[in-house]
Design a protein around this ligand. Structure first.
Ligand SMILES: NC(=O)c1ccc[n+]([C@@H]2O[C@H](COP(=O)([O-])OP(=O)(O)OC[C@H]3O[C@@H](n4cnc5c(N)ncnc54)[C@H](OP(=O)(O)O)[C@@H]3O)[C@@H](O)[C@H]2O)c1
Length: 336
């Protein structure tokens, strides 16, 4: 009998106190049912959006995880057992599985993707070539429709999705301005991600810094919400566009946050705002993958990894991301 350890959601976390709400539990793995596969995880992806699944809010884009469930999240690893002929044992695969040694899923319910084993760094299936990369491309190219020479502002610019959005904007010919927390991150955003400049929201007046953009902001890739959104709204160009990718500043709030103070600028500046969610467009995956792979091979896009080792340390990795200690993509490396 194989033992599996998994993180169980016991209660709804208060703020960033994840240790009081989740516990590491062991079980004996049951035999697979017909149609299931089992993935021995090599890496777990820490994704900010999963914070919403821990809450009890019913009006999110996904229902809350019931208490007592295995914590859900993306896993990359090899198929250790399969009762689905499309997914042979031994293949490298990315799934929406569990924070666990082994993820047991039905492939069609778990956005299971057999991934290219020949990539120089398989972690990129959670980086440039993963869902953060696809999301950034969807947002910058398709939702914002960025054009050469336009000014693109990206918040959480040193995080996984934001850092990819910055590079995609640059690759598509935009002038990119990042917003990130701290001088180190801002240096990274300019020196390594090709942004023209970066605003350190922890030490600068964001609205004032944005007001210096000549012609205003044409396009905003929104990852954060809260005060940063307000600062952006009052500095948008006439007919500017905002792609709402995420609102991490609000995720811990069980009741949702109050709307932006400067919402009237949507009218004054005739803005277009669109929320978007990658799982709405699974059919675009192959196209996004190809574009990102080509840029990756040409050395025109990359992302650093923030690695924590051991399933038992997953909550530390998660907290690093939720409290902004990360630069780039946060992963948990599972020891074999
Ligand atoms: N729509 C979609 O399909 C989709 C898909 C993937 C991700 N997302 C969204 O993309 C955003 C980034 O997610 P990610 O997984 O890539 O995480 P990430 O950006 O790697 O990490 C989160 C970052 O958010 C920043 N942050 C945290 N709290 C903040 C606050 N109160 N105010 C301002 N910044 C804050 C931190 O950077 P600083 O140090 O700069 O504060 C932190 O590094 C999230 O909003 C997520 O929901 C959306």
């Amino acid at each position: 009998m194989t033992t599996n350890r998994f993180w169980r959601l016991d209660s709804r976390p208060e703020g960033d106190d994840f240790a009081s709400a989740l516990s590491l539990v062991s079980e004996d793995l049951a035999p697979l049912a017909d149609g299931e596969i089992r993935v021995k995880g090599e890496y777990l992806s820490m994704d900010a959006g999963t914070r919403m699944w821990m809450n009890s809010r019913e009006d999110g884009y996904q229902p809350p995880l019931p208490l007592g469930s295995k914590m859900a999240g993306q896993a990359l690893g090899r198929i250790s057992e399969s009762r689905d002929d499309r997914f042979p044992e031994g293949s490298l695969i990315r799934v929406f599985g569990q924070w666990a040694d082994y993820s047991t899923v039905r492939p069609d319910d778990a956005w299971a993707v057999l991934v290219d084993d020949s990539i120089d760094d398989p972690r990129q299936h959670f980086g440039v070539l993963g869902l953060n990369g696809w999301t950034a491309l969807y947002g910058v190219k398709d939702i914002l429709g960025i054009k050469e020479g336009e000014t693109l502002v990206v918040s959480a610019a040193a995080g996984a999705t934001g850092s990819l959005a910055c590079q995609i904007g640059r690759n598509l010919g935009a002038k990119v301005i990042g917003i990130a927390g701290g001088p180190e991150k801002c240096r990274h955003v300019v020196e390594n991600l090709g942004a023209d400049s970066c605003i350190d929201y922890k030490n600068e007046n964001v609205a004032e810094a944005l007001s210096r953009i000549e012609g205003g902001i044409n396009a905003y890739f929104e990852n954060v919400g809260g005060a940063i959104l307000d600062a952006v709204l009052q500095n948008m160009a006439l007919h500017g566009r905002i792609a709402v990718c995420g609102m991490i500043a609000n995720y811990a709030d069980e009741h949702g946050a109050l709307g932006p103070r400067n919402y009237d600028q949507v009218l004054m500046r005739r803005l277009k705002i669109e929320g978007f969610l990658l799982p709405d467009v699974p059919e675009r995956g192959p196209e996004y993958y190809e574009t990102l792979l080509n840029w990756y091979k040409e050395g025109r896009i990359d992302v650093p990894f923030d690695i924590t080792t051991g399933l038992e340390n997953t909550l530390e990795a998660y907290s690093r991301m939720m409290t902004g200690k990360n630069t780039g993509k946060v992963l948990v490396e599972l020891k074999s």
